[in-house]
Every structure is written in structure tokens, then in C-alpha cells.
Ligand binder design. Structure first.
Ligand code: ADP
Length: 722
């Protein structure tokens, strides 16, 4: 077998290799879905189809070429239905209609396969401009029909799916496929022309490689580029490559003619391919080489810049202001090896004070809003360098440079929020006396922007926490009001007896029995009132937010003492069923009292006279974890199923004078203890609220937890069972 002198076979060969590589790639990345399987089949057919043309152009032996192409032609027979199949496989819901259509389509390709096997499709191969070309029989028209029919159906289906599709990701994928089809299909049709005696170099191989490339990209990548951007980029890339390669290629042609007196076509083609390869590979290789050289030669610099960039990304997640300030100062000082650093913030009165500092302290630690340094930073709104300010023609900037010099500062990073300078970070010298490079300054500029946002976030978070405290206090005061009304009612009765005693005492002065019976009657009452008032005052004072060992049963006993008057007032029985095996848990006792009070008050209010509210405690397990459970059970009106999702929302109430805060606060407190509240309810039968607290409480870490989830009671760890 001898190869023909021209390189017409090169393009189908390269296309076959590229398509096979794409099939391997699609199969190696991600799971083997039907789409990927169909793509692999199509790629296989396209490889065969390309090999068919490779054989036609590369093999000079007539019989061998005829024999080999008969095999390779199989690709050309099955590729058209496979293209349509691929588009059908992309559809999210495949109708049986399309399955039948595909079956017929593949059946038709099988008929062509039989005809091909019998030698009834192509009669011969004849010498042609670039090698051989197939001589089709009249059956060959069936192949042409299959190609045209499938291509038209493919384009129509792609356009239809794109127009009717509603899923954005799928539509973008379809956009890529349409682009691929519009480039590839017309080019693929040129491969039919030689069989009809039209002498045009078939460009189908190029077309199918482009199609396979675009489709493989759209299958493998989930983050697809904006197609307009792809087109713009490709056009720009093509234009620039052409502008650079065309003159170089022209020069190569001219040099050939000058040196050898003629232009050799194969040699010229090789040069052109080389130029294209250099043009394509150079930018990618340059970037790789740059970064790996930087990484290996200037390791330390590379690492600290990577660390600084990572710190910049993580900084907005810190919500605690003090932590944020200390991390900012320490990380910058350590990463840049600074001899000093000062972080100054506006105190709210337009004076900038040092809030955090490392290394040598600043000589001047306070700046008014009209200070030259502040004016300069506000005007520049970007990092200021001492050297730059010293060389400035502006007198204010030069005065600012003087402040830099006095404090030993080299760089100042302004921190600004919506055009307001909230502070700045002043950096001293690097200990190794290296300068601040442009790359450093760029990173620091991004860090300053992120730090400003983080500081603002921390401020907002503080405010949020304050409003949360106000909400909690409002809820507490509301419960207190209800409790106080009941207790006042209770105190009145013994007071009446004491009053009666004082009225009768002068007359019964000599009646010891009167005194004894009265004393025994009132002593208990007075003690009870004393206890009640103590409990009430303890509940009324601001919660200490102290985590301590809490005996839940004892807490319930003391709290129900406070609630008993309200129950009596409503003529509801208040009972307790307490487990004897409950361990002491780590918790905020004041807060847990509030939970019990809120739940029991709700239960009393929901229960009609002569009903019962029971507080029960027990050990419990949830997902294998041991819990301490407090149940508040009532025989009240129950909660309508569609309302159960809402009752924990802040301000949701069905009561005339309700605040709608009781349950949302209870939920929040339970969550902060690492626990959760669940509800079961049945209309007209009653409800049960279960407070589940972990035995090994995480409240110690929860109280210092600054994650935003804990900020607002918007997510509930509850389940509503009905
Ligand atoms: P408030 O008591 O101020 O209305 P809550 O947050 O404590 O606020 O309760 C919200 C709503 O949940 C109540 O208005 C009530 O409709 C319902 N609810 C709470 N507990 C019960 C209960 N035990 N039985 C019936 N409904 C209840």
C-alpha cells in the first residue's frame, strides 16, 4: 500500500482521532447515561465514516480501497440516524412516538447495510482529484435521502425543543447543539458531492469534528459559557490568529519561491499546520509555564499570595466584630511579615481611632475627619502608598505622607461602605525590607473591599442580635403581665384573711385558740406568697444568660408554682408527672423557665374550664441520641392542621391580645440549646408540645456561636405530626 503524495487524507484521519478522543473523554467524565452511550455510538460511526474517506484518499490500490471502504461505509450509514437519536436522548421525556421513529430510522439504515454488504450501494471506486471517489448505484440515492431526512429532522427537533423548552440549563445546552449542527451538517453534505461527480474537496470531516467537540463540551461541562461570548471569543480568536498567521505564512511562501524558485504544496501545508499549532498552543502553554515557574522559583511569594487570597474569600463569613478585627490585623501582619500594623475605625463621631494594632504602636492614634490623611484616603478611595503621596503635587497628600512617616507606615488601605470611609488599615514596613509589589497592592485592595463588607455585616449582625434581645424581652414582659395578674389575684385572698385578723384581734385578744389557728393558717400562705414573689422577681429580672447545671424537675416545680395562680384563675387543673431518672443537664435555666412558662400559658389559654394541663418530663431518644424531654400537654381546643406550620413564626397569633412571640422565642431557645420542639395536636382533643434537649448540651458552644442561623428564628427544627 502506498500513500498518495497529497495530504488530502490528513483531515479525515485527524478528525477520526479527535472524535475517538472525545468519545473517550465523555465516557471517562461522569456517569454512563443514555445520552453518553448514544454519543459514544455516534462517535464510533463518525470515526468509521472518517476512515472511509481516509482510505479513499490514502490508499492507491484500487481493489484494496474498494474492499476497505465497503467496511468503513457502515459508519456513514448509521451516523445520520445516530445524530437524530442523540437529540432524542437529550429530551427529558421521550415519547414512544419518537422511539418508533428511531426504530424505523435504524431499520432503514439496516436495509442500506444489507445493500452495502451485497455491493449494491457502491459499484466501484474511481480515481478522483484527491484519491478515489465512490461510484454510487441507483440505491445510493437512498443513502442521500437518509442523510437529508435525518439532518432535517435533527435541526427541526433541536429548534422545536429550544423554542418550547422551559428549563434554562437544557435550553443553553440546546443552543450549543444548534450551533454545532448549523456548522457541521452543511459541511457534512459536501461529502456526498464527489459521488455525484462534483469535484469539491469534502469538508464533512472538519464539520463532524466540530460537531462532536461542541456536543461533547455541552455534555461534559455543567457550567456552560454564554454562547454569545463563545462566538465573540471564537471570532476574535480567529481574526487575531488570521492576522498573525497569514503574514507569517505569506512570508514562508515568498521565501520558498525566492529560495527554490517554486512553491511546494505539501511543504507549505506542513508550515501552515505548524503555524496554526503554535498559535493555538502558545497562549495555553505560556500561562501554564508562568504559573509553574512562579510556583517553583518563588514558592514563598506564591504561597503567601495564595493564603492572602484565601483569607480574603473567607473574611466575610466572620460575623463577630472583635474576632474580625483581630484576624484581620494578625493575618496581615503574619502573612506580610510587617513590623507594625494599625487598624483605625470611625467612632461614630467622625474621629478615627486605633482599634487594633500589632508591632510598634502608632505615634498618632487619632484622626479627625478633616485630617489630611483622612481627606486623602477619602478622595483617593484606593490604597495609598507613602512614596506616591510624597511625590504628589498636592499639598494635602504631602501632609498625609508626613503622617505616614511619623507613624512608620508604608501603605494605607481605606475601608469604605457606600461612599463612607469607616476606617483604614495602616501597614508598616515588611521585616525583610521588600517593597509592596503591584501584585500585593492588588490583593490588598480586594481585601480592603471585602473587609469593609465584613465589618458592615458584623455591625448589622450586632444590630440584629440587639433586636432579637428586644423581642425576647417583649415576650418575657408579656408573659410576666399574664403571670402577675394571676398572682395579684392570689395574693388578695390571704390579705383579706390577714385584714380580718387585724380587725378581730383587739376583741379576741385573750383567745389563744384564735391566735393559734390563725397563725397556722396564714404562715403557710405568707410563705407561699413569698415564694411566688421570689420566683416572679427572678423571672422578671433580665436573663443572666448563664450556662449552669440545671435539674429540669426542680425547674418545672418552681415554674409551675408561678403558673398555678393563672391555672386556678382559668379553672384549669395543672398537673406534673416527673421522671425520676432525669440527669442534670447543662443549660441556661432562666431561658428554659421562659420556654416552660410560654408553653404552659398557651396551654392554659387553649384549655376550657375544668380541663387539665400536664407537664411531664422523661428521658427520650432521637436518632440514637439521648434527650431530656419536657412535654406540655393540654386538653384544649387543638391547633388546626394548616396553622401548625405558622405557629412558630414570630408575631403569629390568633389571640386578641397575643404578641405571637411565645413559641418563636421558645423555639429559638431550644435551638440554641442544640434541641428542638415538636408538636402533636388533635382538634377539640388537645395538643402536646415536646421540648427536646440534648443530655450533653451544646449550649456552651451555642451561646458563643456566631453563625447567622442562630440569629433569627426562621428555621425550625420541629416536626408537626397530626
Ligand atoms: P401568642 O400566645 O401571643 O398568640 P405564641 O407564639 O405563644 O403567641 O402562640 C402562637 C399561636 O399558636 C397562638 O396564638 C395559638 O393560636 C397557637 N397555640 C399555641 N399553643 C397552643 C395550644 N397549646 N393549643 C392551641 N393553640 C396554641
Amino acid at each position: 500500500m502506498t500513500l498518495n503524495v497529497t495530504y488530502a487524507w490528513l483531515i479525515p484521519l485527524l478528525s477520526a482521532i479527535a472524535t475517538a478522543a472525545l468519545a473517550i473523554l465523555v465516557n471517562r467524565v461522569g456517569p454512563r447515561t443514555e445520552l453518553r452511550r448514544v454519543f459514544t455510538f455516534l462517535a464510533g460511526m463518525l470515526v468509521l465514516w472518517n476512515l472511509n474517506f481516509f482510505v479513499l484518499y490514502a490508499v492507491s490500490n484500487h481493489d484494496l480501497a474498494l474492499h476497505l471502504t465497503q467496511w468503513a461505509r457502515v459508519g456513514g450509514l448509521f451516523a445520520p440516524p445516530a445524530v437524530l437519536h442523540l437529540v432524542v436522548a437529550l429530551r427529558p421525556n421521550r415519547s414512544s412516538r419518537w422511539r418508533t421513529a428511531l426504530l424505523i430510522d435504524y431499520g432503514f439504515a439496516c436495509v442500506l447495510l444489507v445493500l452495502n454488504g451485497l455491493g449494491l450501494l457502491v459499484a466501484d471506486v474511481r480515481p478522483f482529484a484527491w484519491g478515489y471517489s465512490s461510484v454510487g448505484t441507483s440505491f445510493y440515492n437512498l443513502l442521500t435521502i437518509s442523510v437529508f431526512g435525518n439532518f432535517a429532522a435533527t435541526v427541526a427537533l433541536l429548534l422545536y425543543d429550544y423554542r418550547t423548552g422551559t428549563e434554562a440549563g437544557l435550553r443553553l445546552q440546546l443552543k450549543f447543539w444548534i450551533l454545532g449542527a448549523l456548522i457541521a451538517l452543511p459541511l457534512a453534505l459536501t461529502n456526498l458531492l464527489p459521488a455525484y461527480g462534483i469535484s469539491v474537496y469534502p469538508l464533512g470531516s472538519l464539520g463532524v469534528a466540530v460537531f462532536a467537540g461542541i456536543v461533547a463540551y455541552a455534555i461534559v461541562r455543567h457550567r456552560l459559557m454564554d454562547i454569545d461570548l463563545v462566538l465573540t471569543k471564537s471570532v476574535a480568536y480567529g481574526a487575531v490568529s488570521f492576522l498573525l498567521i497569514a503574514p507569517a505564512f505569506g512570508l514562508a511562501l515568498w521565501l520558498q519561491r525566492e529560495s527554490f524558485g517554486r512553491i511546494h504544496s505539501d511543504f507549505s501545508l506542513a508550515i501552515l499546520l505548524m503555524l496554526i499549532a503554535v498559535g493555538v498552543l502558545f497562549p495555553a502553554l505560556r500561562l501554564r509555564a508562568e504559573s509553574s515557574i512562579e510556583r517553583s522559583l518563588f514558592r514563598e511569594k506564591h504561597e503567601y499570595r495564595a493564603a492572602l487570597a484565601a483569607f480574603t474569600r473567607s473574611i466575610v463569613r466572620i460575623l463577630d466584630r472583635d474576632k474580625l478585627l483581630s484576624e484581620l490585623t494578625n493575618t496581615l501582619t503574619n502573612l506580610l511579615h510587617l513590623d507594625r500594623l494599625a487598624l483605625l475605625l470611625d467612632d461614630g463621631e467622625r474621629t478615627y481611632l486605633v482599634r487594633h494594632a500589632t508591632g510598634i504602636p502608632a505615634a498618632i492614634g487619632e484622626f479627625g475627619s478633616t485630617h489630611e490623611l483622612i481627606l486623602t484616603l477619602r478622595r483617593r478611595d484606593d490604597i495609598a502608598l507613602r512614596g506616591e503621596l510624597e511625590a504628589s503635587s498636592d499639598a494635602t497628600e504631602r501632609a498625609a505622607a508626613e503622617t505616614f512617616r511619623k507613624n512608620g507606615w508604608e501603605v494605607a488601605m481605606p475601608l469604605a461602605v457606600s461612599d463612607r470611609l469607616i476606617g483604614f488599615i495602616a501597614l508598616g514596613r515588611k521585616r525583610n525590607l521588600e517593597a509592596f509589589y503591584a501584585e500585593d497592592l492588588q490583593l490588598l485592595s480586594t481585601l480592603a473591599a471585602e473587609a469593609s463588607i465584613a465589618l458592615e455585616n458584623a455591625r448589622l449582625y450586632e444590630e440584629l442580635k440587639r433586636s432579637r434581645d428586644i423581642i425576647e424581652r417583649t415576650g418575657r414582659l408579656s408573659a410576666l403581665g399574664t403571670l402577675a395578674a394571676g398572682i395579684a389575684h392570689e395574693i388578695r385572698n390571704p390579705l383579706v384573711s390577714i385584714q380580718t385578723f387585724f380587725q378581730l384581734a383587739p376583741q379576741r385578744r385573750h383567745d389563744p385558740e384564735f391566735f393559734t389557728s390563725f397563725l397556722s393558717l396564714t404562715a403557710g400562705e405568707v410563705d407561699r406568697i413569698g415564694d411566688l414573689i421570689t420566683e416572679l422577681l427572678s423571672f422578671a429580672r433580665s436573663p443572666s444568660h448563664r450556662v449552669e447545671d440545671v435539674d429540669i424537675n426542680d425547674l418545672i416545680e418552681r415554674t409551675t408554682l408561678l403558673l398555678a395562680p393563672e391555672a386556678r384563675k382559668s379553672r384549669v387543673k395543672l398537673a406534673r408527672v416527673l421522671a425520676t431518672d432525669l440527669p442534670v443537664i447543662r443549660a441556661d435555666g432562666d431561658q428554659l423557665k421562659q420556654v416552660v412558662i410560654n408553653l404552659v400559658l398557651n396551654a392554659i389559654q387553649a384549655t376550657p374550664a375544668s380541663g387539665t394541663v400536664t407537664v411531664l418530663t422523661r428521658r427520650h431518644r432521637h436518632q440514637g441520641n439521648p434527650l431530656c424531654q419536657i412535654e406540655v400537654r393540654d386538653t384544649g381546643v387543638g391547633i388546626p392542621p394548616k396553622m401548625i406550620e405558622d405557629i412558630f413564626n414570630p408575631f403569629f397569633t390568633t389571640k386578641d391580645k397575643g404578641t405571637g412571640l411565645g413559641l418563636s422565642i421558645a423555639h429559638q431557645i431550644a435551638t440554641e440549646h442544640g434541641g428542638f420542639i415538636t408538636v402533636t395536636s388533635e382538634m377539640d382533643r388537645g395538643s402536646s408540645f415536646y421540648v427536646n434537649l440534648p443530655l450533653t448540651s451544646s449550649i456552651d458552644s451555642h451561646t458563643t456561636n456566631d453563625e447567622p442561623e442562630a440569629a433569627l428564628p426562621l428555621r425550625y427544627g420541629r416536626m408537626a405530626k397530626l
